[in-house]
Design a binder for this molecule. Structure first.
Ligand SMILES: CC(C)(COP(=O)(O)OP(=O)(O)OC[C@H]1O[C@@H](n2cnc3c(N)ncnc32)[C@H](O)[C@@H]1OP(=O)(O)O)[C@@H](O)C(=O)NCCC(=O)NCCSC(=O)CC(=O)O
Length: 413
């Protein structure tokens, strides 16, 4: 205690990372039950004993064809629905049974995606210092974050943050929180996990309820996990493991679109989720506002690239939304290929979807499918109210196959 008193600013500065937060690994997972969109109207109207509503079924078929989805994965099977006839009637009390299902299934799916991310990362699970978890599927204390600690073998002192009910912007919000954690805590390694199981949304079709048709045709189940950290290191565990950054997270912002409070709403009722998505308004409002969000994000960084010089991770809310983004930004057709492919192969998985798109972008870049190999990119995610998350990303050279940390960062585990 005899030394000079430490300067608080210096202590704070020493605790911060030197470099930007980066995506170090990505893992994804889906339930086993795959449904093809072409077959889904038959399946859905049969499982809900609604075959007599032939006009509504035809309309559902038309809506299904417009959403941009080819297949999806769903936790709820015909067998599970058969065991819960109360799920068919949105007005019947079924919340407890639905919550019991997600309480067990969401942590398992979240753990599967997380294990894949941790395996790719290569370091032991107990090197994770922070955990940021997000889901719309549940309302439990303790939550999925707590359950993941034993499931993944994380340390009991891992610093957990649980984000419930952020709708489709949840994945981008979790990455934004992880960026701040990683950059403000030297050596932090943040596991971001988003998981969704849409059994709370399931109900039978009803004349006059267009929202139900969109919900049943659009949403899918999945989980995505990302390890975020700054200043990549090479460690001996005893094997040598090099952290390989994939994308640097350069900036992250969130904004509310004016007068949009009722455009996307969601709440828990005795029969599962209630709420409304103004499906005609959503693409229009997104189109009217995203260019301003993007300019606010890119201009202060002095990045003068045109929109077609970037790579894009846009939350694929539906085909109509991606078409609107394309039109407003005058994007070349291939620019939203990663978002369109994820929508087509998995459906809209709420906040999970942008993580799948990040993984798809990485795959496309590694395979040379991303034309021009852009250096800079943007993530756009949309959700309740109408909230827009905008993130500026920077592709790391060699895309997770190079960018090895220097020898002087070699750390003994
Ligand atoms: C719903 C759509 C697929 C409809 O497609 P189109 O507009 O191209 O097609 P369309 O006009 O021919 O409509 C097809 C049929 O649906 C009917 N229809 C369309 N919109 C309707 C509405 N709002 N209310 C009632 N009926 C409607 C039409 O009359 C037509 O019926 P008929 O065929 O009988 O003439 C599209 O508008 C769309 O994708 N909207 C955005 C969806 C969305 O908001 N996604 C975000 C999810 S939420 C999210 O991602 C974030 C979050 O949750 O947080």
């Amino acid at each position: 205690m005899g030394s000079a008193p430490a300067n608080v600013r210096e202590i704070c500065r020493a605790k911060r990372a030197d470099g930007p937060a980066a995506v170090l690994a990505i893992g994804t997972a889906n339930p086993a039950n795959c449904v093809l969109q072409d077959e889904f109207p038959d399946l859905y109207f049969s499982a809900t004993k609604s075959e007599h509503l032939t006009g509504l079924k035809d309309k559902f078929t038309r809506v299904c064809q417009k959403l941009g989805v080819r297949k999806r994965y769903l936790h709820h099977t015909e067998e599970l629905l058969g065991a819960h006839p109360e799920f068919l009637d949105h007005h019947a009390p079924s919340l407890d049974a639905r919550l019991d299902i997600v309480k067990a299934a969401v942590p398992e799916l979240a753990a599967e995606a997380s294990r894949r991310a941790i395996d790719e990362w290569g370091r032991p699970a107990d090197d994770i210092t922070h955990l940021v978890v997000t889901t719309n599927s549940g309302a439990h204390m303790p939550g999925v974050d707590f359950r993941l600690v034993p499931l993944l073998g994380l340390r009991p002192t891992v610093r957990r943050t649980m984000l419930y009910l952020n709708g489709c912007f949840a994945g981008a919000a979790a990455l934004r929180v992880a960026k701040d954690l990683a950059e403000n805590n030297r050596g932090a390694r943040v596991l971001v996990v988003c998981a969704e199981i849409t059994v709370l949304l399931f109900t039978r079709p009803e004349e006059g309820c267009f929202q139900t048709l969109v919900n049943q045709g659009l949403f899918g189940d999945g989980a995505g996990a990302v390890i975020v950290g700054a200043d990549p290191v090479m460690i001996r565990t005893p094997a040598v493991v090099r952290e390989r950054p994939i994308f640097e997270i350069v900036s992250a912002a969130q904004t509310i679109i004016p007068d949009s409070e009722d455009v996307i709403t969601m709440y828990i009722t005795k029969g599962g989720y209630g709420g409304n998505i103004s499906t005609r308004q959503v693409p229009v409002l997104i189109g009217d506002n995203i260019e301003r969000c993007l300019l606010d994000a890119f201009e202060p960084l002095g990045i003068g690239a045109g929109w077609n010089d970037l790579f894009w991770d846009v939350h694929p809310g539906s085909s109509a939304i991606l078409d609107q983004v394309d039109a407003v930004l005058h994007l070349k057709p291939e620019k939203l290929a990663a978002s369109r492919r994820v929508l087509s192969e998995y459906g809209n998985m709420f906040g999970v979807t942008v993580i799948f798109v990040l993984d798809e972008l990485r795959r496309r870049m590694q395979n040379g499918e991303e034309e021009g190999a852009p250096e800079w990119g943007a993530m756009l995610a949309f959700g309740p109210g109408l909230t827009v998350e905008t993130m500026v990303l920077h592709r790391c050279v060699a895309q997770g196959t190079g960018a090895a940390p220097p020898e002087d960062k070699l750390t003994a585990a």
